[in-house]
Design a protein around this ligand. Structure first.
Ligand code: PLP
Length: 256
């Protein structure tokens, strides 16, 4: 059995966050494990509130897993604040694979990582990162690069590598140009990750699902480029078969 662990925030409506990470890992044939790093109170309409988890307790959860399980890959999602980012970066043992989904803002316009946390993510977490998976607004906010087309997506991908990540996928889902194609970069250069144009946009939890599927495939032993290609196929299916869990609101369906 391959093991992957998500370090992220809870979404009680189970469409995003820890809950969709676990469903995705299970669907990919991996034993998913959970380090709860933040809580949200949210439903299909809005995020009402969020709360952090004490840093020492986040470390305890990671230490507990490390004591017993060979974790093939970690994945981070919502980390809420700088203290959480710092403890996560300090607690994951050297040499572990790590997929970072730099979750900044929920589609429902609620901030999931504060500004100091953003700065720590770049300084502390990027040097530990196997692959980072920002969408275009997240890539622009973290790098300061204005993204207007495929060239600036490549520039942003290299910015993350220059700041310590081994690889970056800039997701094209928010792009009006080349919708559906993501730009991957690592030390060997650029790879375009093509996908069918999704029939739906703004599907709740799509970013969580993509990053978890990458982590699951890395845990299964796929090289990073292959893990990203497999995850892209998986996430495209989960968007295609997404369901309307509340009027006008679609969420991922990793069990399709
Ligand atoms: N809530 C939590 C706990 C999340 O981790 C995330 C995304 O990572 C979201 C909400 C964002 O959801 P959405 O896909 O609707 O932007």
């Amino acid at each position: 059995m391959a093991f992957a662990a998500t370090i992220a925030g809870s979404d009680p409506s189970a469409g995003a966050g820890i809950q969709v990470d676990l469903k995705t890992m299970a669907a990919c044939g991996v034993w998913g494990m959970t380090v709860i790093a933040a809580l949200t109170a949210q439903n299909a309409t809005h995020v009402l509130d969020s709360s952090s988890v004490p840093a020492a307790f986040i470390k305890k959860q990671i230490d507990a897993l490390e004591e017993d399980f060979p974790i093939g890959c970690y994945k981070t999602g919502m980390l809420k604040n700088a203290e959480t980012v710092n403890i996560v970066a300090a607690s994951i043992p050297e040499g572990r694979n790590l997929v970072v989904d730099p979750v900044l803002l929920a589609t429902k316009e609620y901030r999931l990582l504060d500004e100091a946390g953003q700065e720590r993510l770049v300084a502390e977490l990027l040097p530990r990162t196997t692959v980072i998976t920002p969408n275009i607004p997240e890539a622009a906010a973290l790098s300061g690069i204005t993204i207007t087309g495929s060239e600036s997506m490549e520039e942003a991908a290299y910015w993350f590598i220059d700041h310590g990540a081994k690889a970056a996928v800039i997701k094209g889902g928010h792009a009006h140009f080349r919708l559906g194609t993501d730009v991957f970069a690592d030390k060997d250069g650029i790879m375009l990750v093509e996908g069918e144009v999704a029939p739906f946009t703004d599907v709740h939890g799509s970013g969580c699902c993509y990053a978890s599927a990458i982590a699951a495939h890395i845990a299964l032993g796929y090289p990073v480029r292959d893990a990203v290609l497999e995850a892209k196929k998986f996430v495209t299916g989960a968007i295609k078969y997404s369901w309307e869990y509340a009027p006008g609101r679609r969420t991922m369906n990793p069990g399709w």
